[in-house]
Design a protein around this ligand. Structure first.
Ligand code: G6P
Length: 614
């Protein structure tokens, strides 16, 4: 949700913090702020709205110092405003805190602190943390590390914080409670970084360590000491992150989203490479292994995820059931633990999450763990909580995804799910070697097909311009491309703010068709897959009701061309992989409608890239 960054070293802290926040703005952009110790006292700059407001403010009123913290906010408690913007300062002005998460018992703590005489200056739950720290610092004469540790003991819920105290301006204290929001420590030369996410520090260092839930760290320019919440030192590992910092730059593209859409060829190539042994018709993963005995006994797979990742899971169900013959249920992560799932012995819970930090997905994994399932995950962010919780994981090979609307992580996940199904099929003996060989050959053609699809951007953009004024849209799909309809509609909602509904085409006649008229365009997913005929008849039916019709159809499809008002053409694709090529025109269609409407594609209103609260 919120983005956090911290710096201690010999350089000027403010530009480093602002730059870090710039790379974290996708985590929230309701307000932003920094606090820097200037040698005398803590200086705070905060501004509501996007980061530029803060950058302008710092330019007007510069702050200089060698240690500081920063925050970009996605509001949960308290409206977006300057008074609710982080960092939050203690009453005595000696301690400042940035925070990600929700203090679940904040009302009770607030009452208690108010009764003790603390005055609250914001509506946030964060403010209780800083007052609690001050209480121990002042009242009990403790140092900042001990005062923070004591304060943390009062907090319920999942929270990540970074603390700076004017009384000990050589160190930052950071902590992670529960799953919400990771904390990454970055190790530089005589300088240290703290951040909620890697992109904030990648340009400075790739040597990092990750805090586990229930750990805190004392960070000075020389390094970090990790402690348990009981104050016991804990050994930790420093890892080198392979990501290229340039990958987190927009480069020649106008938006991260457009860049990431175009990175899908490379993303798919990297995803497939190294996992496939075409000569042996085999798939292998580095961090996910199963024995034939284990695979044969899997009675059921639960796929659990949110948003776009959930849609990829719906396609995954097809792969697992068709190729590996494993019954699969796809569950929205925020529902999983409330449905009291019946998890048979030997079952697998597979979580899909680009960020690996989505609170609901992590909670679903925990539920799976409680019920005795084996936990697998498909994740992008290295070192993320989902990756570390899982018994086995597949790491997406797409580099950082910055745009709030997910694109390249979606298509890479589809390829990962396809390969995982092939792997399980081999172990379970559900496909012959010849069949697997063919399916692998099909997969190897995918990057080229995606490249070919992307070259049609201008055609898709031209169609988008024709529909730029649409207020409502149906995206209809069936079978393996029903999730494509959901995903296409989600893209349009997220970035273009058009009411778009993804709907199973066969259900239209049971009610929704009543909505159709000349102002309600219908987009039908009609590539050449086993549901093609049905989808074409859907275009006919929608037309008969006077709705403008669009179709995603395969090159050379004359019927689609003669029926639909506009066709988003895709190259002929093996049908099991058609969700990959079919989604690309929909990503670009949404992108171009949004840009035509002058909207902020990378940072759509009210959204955040990773949702680390429930
Ligand atoms: C947010 C984002 C979506 C994303 C979803 C799941 O809602 O706006 O784009 O699909 O979270 O995120 P995850 O990181 O778990 O894949």
């Amino acid at each position: 949700m919120c983005g956090i960054v911290g710096y201690v070293g010999s350089r000027d802290a403010a530009p480093i913090l602002l730059n870090g926040l710039r790379r974290l703005e996708y985590r929230g952009y309701d307000s932003a702020g920094i606090a820097v110790f200037d040698g005398q006292r803590i200086q705070i700059r905060r501004a509501v709205g996007k980061l530029q407001g803060l950058i302008d403010q710092v330019a007007r009123e510069p702050v200089h110092g060698h240690i500081g913290i920063g925050h970009t906010r996605w509001a949960t408690h308290g409206e977006p405003s300057v008074r609710n913007a982080h960092p939050h300062l203690s009453q005595n002005g000696q301690v400042v805190v940035v925070h990600n998460g929700i203090v679940e018992n904040f009302l009770a703590l607030k009452d208690e602190l108010q009764a003790e005489g603390f005055t609250f200056r914001s509506d946030t739950d964060t403010e209780v943390i800083v007052h609690l720290i001050e209480r121990y610092l002042e009242g009990h004469g403790m140092g900042i590390v001990e005062a923070t540790r004591r304060a943390l003991k009062h907090l319920r819920g999942s929270n990540a914080i970074v603390v700076l105290a004017a009384t000990e301006p050589d160190k930052l204290v950071t902590a992670r409670l529960g799953n919400a929001g990771g904390i990454t420590l970055g190790f530089g030369q005589d300088e240290m970084f703290v951040a909620s996410d890697l992109p904030a520090i990648l340009e400075h260092t790739r040597q990092v360590a990750f805090l586990e839930p229930g750990q805190m760290a004392v960070v000075t320019r020389e390094g970090a000491q990790v402690l348990s919440l009981d104050g016991e030192p804990i050994p930790y590992e420093i890892t080198t992150v392979p990501w290229d910092p340039v990958a987190a730059e927009k480069g020649e593209y106008r938006h991260f989203m457009l860049k990431e859409i175009h990175e899908q060829v490379r993303g798919l190539t990297d995803t497939i490479a190294g996992r496939i042994e075409p000569s042996a018709a085999r798939v292998r993963f580095l961090h996910l292994e199963a024995t034939p005995e284990f695979a044969r006994r899997i009675p059921k797979i639960f796929i659990t995820a949110c948003g776009t990742a959930y849609h990829s899971g719906l396609v995954g169900k097809f792969y697992f059931e068709r190729l590996a013959r494993i019954p699969t249920e796809v569950v929205i992560a925020s529902e999983f633990r409330y449905m009291d799932p019946i998890v048979p012995e030997g079952a697998v819970v597979l979580a899909i999450s680009q960020s690996g930090e989505t609170a609901d997905t992590l909670a679903a994994m925990e539920e799976g763990r409680r019920k005795g399932a084996t936990l697998w995950a498909i994740v992008n962010v290295i070192g993320s909580q989902a990756m570390r919780m899982a018994d086995g994981y597949i790491s997406m090979q797409v580099g950082p995804e910055i745009s709030v609307a997910s694109t390249k992580a979606y298509t890479a996940t589809l390829a990962d799910l396809y390969m995982l199904a092939l792997y399980l099929a081999e172990l379970r003996g559900t496909l012959s070697e010849a069949q697997r060989r063919q399916l692998i050959q099909d997969l190897l053609t995918l990057p080229d097909l995606v490249g070919e699809t992307l070259q049609r951007e201008d055609q898709y953009a031209a169609i988008a311009r024709r529909f730029v004024r649409a207020q409502n849209m149906f995206y209809l799909g069936r079978g393996i491309n029903m999730p494509t309809a959901y995903e296409g509609a989600l893209k349009l909602k997220e970035i273009a703010y058009v009411h778009a509904e993804g709907y199973p085409a066969g259900e239209m006649k049971h009610g929704p068709i009543a909505l159709l008229d000349e102002n309600f365009p219908v987009l039908a997913l009609a590539p050449r897959d086993p549901w093609y005929e049905k989808m074409i008849s859907q275009v006919e039916q929608s037309r008969a009701r006077g709705a403008p019709t669009l179709a995603v159809a395969t090159d050379g499809d004359d019927r689609a061309a003669s029926l639909a008002d506009a066709v988003l053409w895709v190259p002929e694709t093996p049908w099991l992989l058609s969700p990959v090529t079919s989604v690309i025109p929909l990503q670009l269609f949404a992108y171009h409608i949004a840009t035509e409407r002058g909207l902020d594609v990378d940072q759509p209103r009210n959204l955040a890239k990773s949702v680390t609260v429930e």
